[in-house]
Design a protein around this ligand. Sequence first.
Ligand SMILES: [Zn+2]
Length: 365
Amino acid sequence: MTYPGVFCNDCGGAYPKDGVPYRCSICGGLYDFRGGLQFDQTQMDRSQPGIWRFRHTFGLPPDLASVSLGEGDTPLLWSEAMGRRIAFKCEYQNPSGSFKDRGSAVITAWLMSRGVSEVVEDSSGNAGASLAAYAARAGIKARIFIPESASGPKRRQIEAYGAVLVPVPGSRSDVTKAVRQAADGGTVYASHAYIPFNLPGYASAAYEIYEQVGKMPGAVIVPAGQGGFLLGLARGFDALRRIHKKETIPKMIGVQARTCAPLWALCAARDDEAGLDTDGDTMAEGVRVRDPLRGDAVRAAVLTSRGFMCIVDEKDIMPARNALARLGFYVEPTSAIAWAALIQMVDRLPDPIVVILTGSGLKYG
Ligand SMILES: [Zn+2]
């Protein structure tokens, strides 16, 4: 079967019945879902754990076994902050320590359905660690291309899962070039950025938030590099809005570091501003993405929700990390930019505000 609802953005070609191309096999364009995600309460399977309750929204073959490490069902915790009651969605409590697991679980199940036994990916961060975890769970061989200079806990985590690391000299784009060569040579490129099958997995966080808050939030604040999690959340809330017709979707607030803020520049339509052409260093390494692939879709999702993008100064990131830790939430600096954004705009946002805590502080250093 095809992956239902997935088409090329450029030529409109449907995702093929065989193979796992990461971009359109006809024109090279980007694949994406068309027509929104379908959420149907009567089809929810409450016997399944975590995100798999929502598997009817994933578009997977019904008889396909799930691949799970216990992702999803993360806590939503309320805390007093800045005179308001703020909700924190603790995505860092996912199995590999980040929200990426919601997408990796769906991607890996999809790979299994196509008989894939070996994949490549290019991330030295949370996406690489997450994919390595699910590949280990499914018995898929993973090769992860990383910059030669990458080090630290995430690299060690990827290695520990048994993935083969392929260090590439040069810049981040040299790494992407190398992994594309491997993909063009026939190995499946299980890219969180290119292939869209992680997006319905990310949307499961929106369904959980709706259940936990008891209604649509007023605003959701989330760090954005590629903007995939923001996009998945927005599509999840949109699917809910179509069945809860009297409610409106939350304002989606995406957060970037000022030194590398292309989505912010795109949403503000200020292409002369700093941010669009920079690739500056930032301790928020997880959102340092110079050319987000789905920028137009992210922009549409943000603006449709009456939300906006926000940028955070470097000097505000570590104090934000520490402020969250004082509330008991130990997250990585990339995640803490959501708190720094909250400080900037708390008075402008409607209740209830949900802050997404994307990645674990144990991975930083
Ligand atoms: Zn195409």
